[in-house]
Design a protein around this ligand. Structure first.
Ligand SMILES: *[C@@H]1O[C@H](CO)[C@@H](O)[C@H](O)[C@H]1NC(C)=O
Ligand SMILES: *[C@@H]1O[C@H](CO)[C@@H](O)[C@H](O)[C@H]1NC(C)=O
Ligand SMILES: *[C@@H]1O[C@H](CO)[C@@H](O)[C@H](O)[C@H]1NC(C)=O
Ligand SMILES: [Zn+2]
Length: 509
């Protein structure tokens, strides 16, 4: 080739190369979009005999387009069928709004070896949870400022298989500094969380009622909630019994005596003095207080009921482990069951179910709080020294269902406690219900299919061995999970890409 020819061909070659590059880039971005979902299309219908909607359980179909519910059609109005391309027919399986778990510790960044965003959100997807809200502690650093929230958001990017929101931490260091709290809330924290007893994590110190009052007054402007771990340490050493001159540290009853119901009661007594401010016309009108993981179903619950009757903006959650287990059944040394507040006796459990079914307990959450297996001290079985926290994220739907069936639990109640009310707490108007216009977050599951949670069962949690549920038989198998229309999980398989999004609260205007 002579020089003249080269100069004439060169621009053409460049043009050709850039076309190829453009084609490649387009093709690969299309591919990565496809990797968000196990379905190759974005517009489809799901049919089932049991679709759980806010108007009740219906037999029919829902139409999903570009991540949203665009129509819901009952079986009677069958004319929709003729012009439809893609139908996923789930027959008798239940189609429910995806679960929203407002209390999860994924420990990322900083302690990702305890769980981490990828394994935690894969487990969530496999369990029918489409959104979770991560707690500000157990990760390192704790999420107590704008900067530390940004670290967490960065750690979550492209590593989450479901949508993830974040609570910020209310601690003594920021409680009296409204600009620090506003920085955290402006950066997208969905609300704040604080402890009334030592949290077990040094960089997350406990708050007193003055800090909580301050927190509520800032939250009022943002109309976001404060979540509180309600236990106040009482002098309870006297309750411990001696056995052979020492505490029997392998006995669950020893641990139970160290955290009696009076701790919860004392905390809630203090809390209801400040929740009065959240009433209409009160100093913190617009703020809301949410008591996490209630275990005591006696005096504590009475105080909550009374405050609600008085008009306080107050809600309360409990967790599946308080509804599934009772203290009497926990074997010596089985520290998988250690959590705080502790699992109490069978009579307490019965009363918790009663309160839930009567509407006094508003919702459920997992309080999934794993750790490295070494810290559970499973060999030693020392209940006083082992890490407190129950690992459960992937199993909460079948656990709630399996243990709730004998109380006559309905599908509508499940959706209320696990989706609708949690969505409201986290202020997610487009989530939590199968309604036209909402994001298409869905779990499809088979209530009557039983399974053994053994070594052969696919568990996506980082440390399955520490979960209190391993070894149990449950009913309610998850078939498929959709997040904003993407099929992120189907029978043992996840979508290739982690396309969950960080959910950030919008700045107040
Ligand atoms: C484009 O994507 C398809 C798969 O969707 C693949 O088979 C093909 O090789 C890709 N082409 C380029 C140029 O990357
Ligand atoms: C309050 O918080 C802001 C933002 O984090 C910080 O710059 C300031 O120093 C804090 N003020 C006090 C008195 O600690
Ligand atoms: C809470 O602790 C702060 C110090 O961080 C203190 O100033 C305040 O008086 C305490 N409030 C109560 C009710 O103990
Ligand atoms: Zn927790």
């Amino acid at each position: 080739m002579d020089n003249m020819l080269l100069w004439r061909v060169f621009p053409l070659l460049t043009l050709l190369a850039s076309f190829l590059l453009l084609f490649y880039v387009q093709n690969s971005s299309k591919l990565s979009h496809k990797e968000c979902s196990l379905l190759p299309y974005q517009h489809y219908w799901i049919t089932s005999k049991r679709i759980v909607t806010p108007q009740g359980v219906v037999s029919g179909a829902v139409e999903i387009k570009e991540g949203k519910f665009v129509s819901i059609v009952k079986e009677e109005d069958r004319h929709w069928n003729s012009k439809v391309d893609h139908i996923l027919d789930y027959g008798d399986a239940v189609v429910m709004p995806g679960l929203i778990d407002v209390h999860v510790h994924l420990d990322d960044p900083g302690r990702a070896e305890w769980e981490g965003f990828p394994s935690g959100t894969k487990a969530a997807a496999a369990g029918g949870i489409t959104t979770l809200v991560d707690m500000p502690l157990n990760s390192f650093p704790s999420t107590v400022s704008e900067e530390t929230l940004k670290l967490k958001i960065k750690a979550a990017e492209e590593r989450i298989y479901v949508d993830v929101g974040f609570w910020g931490g209310l601690v003594p260091e920021n409680a009296f500094n409204s600009s620090a709290l506003e920085g955290l809330l402006n950066a997208g924290a969905l609300g704040l969380k604080s402890f009334m007893c030592p949290s077990g994590i040094n960089d997350f110190p406990m708050t007193n009622v003055s800090h909580i009052k301050e927190g509520l007054s800032v939250l009022a402007k943002y109309r976001r909630p404060l979540l509180v771990h309600a236990e106040v340490q009482q002098d309870s050493e006297g309750h411990l019994e001696f056995k052979d001159g020492s505490y029997d540290v392998r006995s669950y009853s020893t641990y139970l005596k160290t955290r009696p119901p009076s701790w919860e009661e004392a905390a809630i007594k203090e809390l209801v003095t400040v929740t009065k401010d959240t009433r209409i016309g009160g100093l913190a009108e617009g703020a809301h207080l949410h008591i996490v993981h209630l275990s005591d179903s006696s005096s504590s619950l009475d105080l909550i009921k009374e405050a609600k009757r008085g008009g306080d903006s107050l809600t309360v959650e409990t967790c599946p482990h308080y509804l599934a287990f009772s203290a009497e059944e926990i074997l010596d040394g089985d520290t998988r069951f250690k959590c705080s507040p502790p699992i109490r006796n069978a009579a307490n459990k019965e009363k918790l179910w009663e309160a839930l079914l009567e509407g006094h307990i508003d919702m459920l959450s997992s309080d999934h709080s794993p750790t490295a297996p070494e810290l559970k001290l499973l060999d030693e079985g020392n209940f006083l020294r082992a890490w407190g926290g129950i690992s459960s994220l992937q199993f909460v739907l079948p656990v709630t269902w399996s243990y709730g069936r004998k109380y006559g639990l309905t599908l509508e109640q499940l959706a209320l406690w696990w989706s609708e009310r949690p969505a409201k707490l986290a202020r997610q108007e487009l989530k939590g219900a199968i309604s036209v216009g909402n994001q298409a977050d869905i779990v499809v599951w088979e209530p009557d299919v039983e399974f053994d949670l053994n070594d052969k069962y696919p568990v996506y949690l980082k440390h399955p061995s520490i979960s209190a549920y391993m070894g149990s038989k449950l009913s309610g198998r998850v078939l498929a999970t959709f997040v904003r229309g993407n099929l992120v999980y189907r029978e043992g398989k996840h979508a290739p890409a982690a396309c969950g999004v960080p959910i950030l609260a919008r700045r107040k205007d």
